[in-house]
Design a protein around this ligand. Structure first.
Ligand code: SF4
Length: 189
């Protein structure tokens, strides 16, 4: 009989299984945080600060098959997030107010982010999810970023202290990932 795994097990177990690989992630915020940290540990570079979360707030135009233009892949098909439309004759009609709404969003224009200690490492979170949750992108979408940043930092520091600065193991082909998935599915079923 199928026994429902506990939430803790669902969260902790995948993390334990991939702990020895530096390029296998169990959540999107962890991926973003870790990707930004690695050059600091591996190359001795400065941490790259960010005022926006992603290209959707800094000038990306997505020309979708529905003849509309969006700032984000996640927004495709959502009327509230259309920057405008393009036409078969090559003409383009953008709604400047919506364009400004997307491209002026940063940690400097979201009040909660202005007061957040993590602002310049987070960037304000996903604007489309802020729109889903609040009807406007001018809200934060934290997505547990503060906790995940701290745990990712602790994980990286521990790894590099234990391994004397040696580069972490990475997976470069699909087979080991498929193997991880297969054993995880078997153990959770
Ligand atoms: S953690 Fe939340 S409040 Fe802080 S910068 Fe990110 S989205 Fe804004």
């Amino acid at each position: 009989m199928y026994a429902e795994p506990s939430f803790t097990r669902i969260v902790r177990e995948p993390r334990r299984r991939v702990a020895s690989f530096s390029n296998v992630y169990t959540s999107a915020p962890e991926f973003h945080a870790s990707l930004a940290m690695r050059p600091v540990f591996e190359e001795g570079e400065r941490y790259r600060l960010r005022g926006t979360y992603c290209a959707a707030n800094s000038g990306m135009y997505v020309f979708a098959p529905d003849w509309h233009v969006y700032a984000c892949w996640e927004s495709i098909g959502k009327a509230c997030s259309r920057l405008g439309r393009y036409n078969p004759d090559g003409t383009l009609a953008l709604d400047e107010a919506v364009v400004r709404r997307w491209f002026e969003r940063s940690v400097a224009t979201v009040p909660e982010c202005q007061r957040c200690a993590y602002a310049l490492v987070c960037g304000g979170g996903c604007a489309q999810y802020a729109e889903y949750n609040h009807g406007s992108p001018y809200h934060p979408y934290c997505d547990d970023f503060q906790r995940i940043f701290r745990s990712t930092l602790a994980h990286n520091v521990t790894y590099f202290l234990e391994h004397g600065g040696a580069r972490p193991q990475q997976i470069f082909s699909a087979e080991p990932t498929a193997e991880l998935l297969t054993t995880a599915r078997r153990d959770f079923s």
